[in-house]
Design a binder for this molecule. Structure first.
Ligand code: ASP
Ligand code: MG
Length: 402
């Protein structure tokens, strides 16, 4: 007997059959003696379709109206799921994000949760109902609807689990858990039994795309143990938690590829104090997220600054630097897009040597040239040619996982 939060993504509630499939999973959990709060996303590609509809009206929609529009997607799935539950004899009630008590800041389209007041959820649970909550939604101080950013339903689920001190937060998706590499690309990728919050955060930001990054941050902050599992295949998933039992031979938990990257080179900036500060504060002001940074050693009073940005920001970055190049005395801005970032993640590398060498050996054996390298305690990333990226993932995965 416990309290379980179950979150189902868009593919899991895509149509009638999938909705009844979810209803049965929820019913089984309840019949096992648990209280259940369900969080759902909009059906299938609904959110993308709504964005498309807005684009047919205007190229510059009001952010407030955009959030009003996107809130409608999740309302369809909560009401349909509540009906399906009742249809199979499970008492249920649907609640929008604001009815469920999600108060956010005013940042439309990427609102942050400020408070979650769960009285309504609690009173519905006390009436013996399954509570179906719309993910992704919130209400700001002006009582306008907000959304938590793409993939925000994971965050809604974790927030509810934290606030209600749930025994478990299950994130149901269309894969069976977290894998050592993308299982759709690499058939011999292995499903992980467990992974730490920190490893998951690195993998999420590296493009592994199983869990939304903010949800993992929140889970870590409130120590909510997550389970990632399939809504279609009832086998144990992957547990995401603070610490995992040391697993022999599991030095590396995953290999990830991120193609949303561009390399920017600012050629010949003055080799004097304050140059990097000027460049990167300018980028920060424009909210351009910089990842790997290198600088060459100075020669003849000049040096090169080399860094990566998301590919979608490459043109903005070029424009910004071109406009300001005279301020920091750089001579030229070069942007390179045909690149990818390939990374390995594993807390085990903190206590083992030779991990980087092994990764570079795999690349070397495959004649793949490394353009940039960056490391943290639990991650090593390389920038390589995009055309080599899949080969690189295969080779590195084979070196570490098998
Ligand atoms: N429906 C929203 C989206 O597609 C939220 C979510 O799926 O978590 O981004
Ligand atoms: Mg979605």
């Amino acid at each position: 007997m416990g309290l379980i939060v179950q979150k189902f993504g868009g593919t899991s509630v895509r149509d009638r059959d999938r909705i009844f499939n979810v209803a049965r999973i929820v019913a089984n959990t309840r019949n096992a003696g648990n209280d259940v709060v369900v969080v759902v996303s909009a059906q299938g590609d609904t959110t993308d379709d709504l964005i498309q509809k807005a684009a047919e009206i205007t190229s510059d929609p009001s952010e407030r109206e955009m959030d009003m529009l996107l809130n409608s997607g999740e309302m369809i799935s909560i009401s349909l799921l509540a009906m399906a539950l009742m249809e199979i004899g499970v008492p249920a009630v649907s609640l929008t994000g604001w009815q469920a008590g999600f108060q956010t800041d005013r940042a439309y389209s990427k609102a942050r949760i400020k408070r979650l007041e769960c009285e309504r959820i609690e009173s519905e649970l006390a009436r013996n109902r399954v509570v179906v909550v719309a993910g992704f939604q919130g209400l700001n101080k002006m009582e306008d609807l907000t959304t938590l950013g793409r993939g925000g339903s994971d965050t809604s689920a974790v927030a509810i689990a934290a606030a209600l001190h749930a025994d478990r937060c299950q994130i149901f998706t269309d894969v069976e858990g977290v894998y050592t590499a993308d299982p759709r690309k690499l058939p011999n990728a292995r499903k992980l039994e467990e992974i730490t919050f920190d490893e998951m955060l690195e993998l999420a930001s590296l493009g592994a795309q199983v869990l939304n990054n903010r949800s993992v941050e929140l889970a870590k902050k409130y120590n909510v143990e997550l389970e990632v599992l399939s809504s279609l295949n009832p086998v144990p998933g992957t547990l995401v938690k603070e610490a995992t039992k040391a697993m022999e031979g599991m030095l590396i938990k995953g290999v990830a590829k991120d193609e949303d990257v561009a390399v920017v080179t600012l050629v010949g900036v003055p080799d004097v104090p304050g140059t990097s500060f000027k460049v990167f504060s300018l980028l920060a002001q424009k909210k351009i997220n910089v990842d790997i940074i290198l600088q060459s050693t100075g020669r003849d009073g000049n040096k090169d600054l080399i860094f990566t940005v998301p590919r979608s920001e490459a043109e903005n970055t070029r424009k910004l630097l071109d406009e300001n190049v005279s301020r920091f005395g750089g001579s030229e801005v070069e942007i390179k897009t045909g690149v990818a970032k390939v990374s390995i993640v594993g807390a085990g590398m903190q206590s083992h040597f030779g991990v980087a060498a092994k990764m570079f050996e795999a690349l070397s054996e495959n004649q793949i040239n490394i353009q940039m390298i960056s490391t943290s305690e639990i991650k090593i990333s390389v920038i390589i040619d995009q055309k080599d990226a899949d080969r690189a993932v295969n080779a590195i995965h084979a070196a570490f996982i098998h």
